[in-house]
Design a binder for this molecule. Structure first.
Ligand code: ADP
Length: 220
């Protein structure tokens, strides 16, 4: 389990978020222990998850009993109860779990989680709201924001990005974006080069800041 990409994952809370994370990790072949106070939920999951245990993550001894201290990765997927989320996170920090991911319902919730020892704070509602705004705003078909500096988007190329070699269009200088790759209908994705010419029916993948990508997508 020294390789983080196959270390078992402890998931606290089997709401929609925790359940989705657990299912995906299992499909990826990861060993998962799910913990929830709700006996019926644990029962439902015991046939699916590698291990499902009924326990209160607000109780540090209960966490010790399920072996939480042996996990290198834990996800606190409790949203509705701020108190439960904070207690579970601080208990995992106290047990020395080196990589704690915690879901926050608001910015201040996230600040608290970070202060008490969460290493990564996730804002699923804010993030998906942000994403949907990009998707409905125009030509962007898919959008991932990694951080303030880097997003990737798949889009129909703006008119002025078509029909000439990328090097002559100077999109990086003029728009702050880089065309990463192109997909022509019925063909495989190919990485873009200086000589790449984007056609009318192509889809392109670009990288840049969210703001630069948005203004590029509207440029025609
Ligand atoms: P979502 O919005 O993703 O559905 P919820 O906050 O509604 O998330 O669900 C959180 C889950 O966490 C619930 O199933 C709840 O039973 C569980 N839970 C809440 N408090 C604790 C706790 N102290 N220990 C373990 N599980 C908990």
């Amino acid at each position: 389990a020294s390789n983080p990409s196959d270390a078992p994952v402890l998931i606290i809370g089997l709401g929609r978020f925790g359940a989705a994370a657990a299912s995906k990790l299992e499909r990826l072949g990861r060993e998962v222990l799910v913990v929830d106070t709700d006996a019926a939920l644990v029962q439902k999951w015991s046939g699916v998850a590698t291990h499902a245990v009924q326990a209160d993550a607000g109780d540090i001894d209960a966490l010790r009993q399920v072996g939480a201290q042996d996990f290198s990765i834990a996800i606190v997927a409790i949203g509705a109860s701020l108190e439960a989320s904070v207690l579970a996170t601080s208990n995992l920090a106290e047990l020395g779990v080196p990589q704690i991911w915690a879901k926050a319902m608001s910015h201040s919730h996230g600040v608290i989680l970070q202060r008490i020892g969460a290493h990564h704070v996730i804002y699923p509602e804010a993030e998906s709201g942000d994403r949907i705004a990009h998707l409905v705003s125009g030509q962007v078909l898919d959008f991932i924001e990694f951080d303030d500096e880097l997003s990737l988007a798949k889009l129909r190329p703006p008119l002025a990005a078509r029909g000439a070699a990328l090097s002559t269009l100077a999109l990086r200088r003029k728009h702050g974006i880089t065309v990463v790759g192109v997909r022509s209908p019925g063909q495989k994705f190919v990485y873009a080069g200086a000589d790449t010419v984007v056609g009318d029916d192509d889809l392109i993948v670009v990288s840049g800041t969210a703001a630069d990508i948005d203004s590029f997508a509207r440029w025609s």
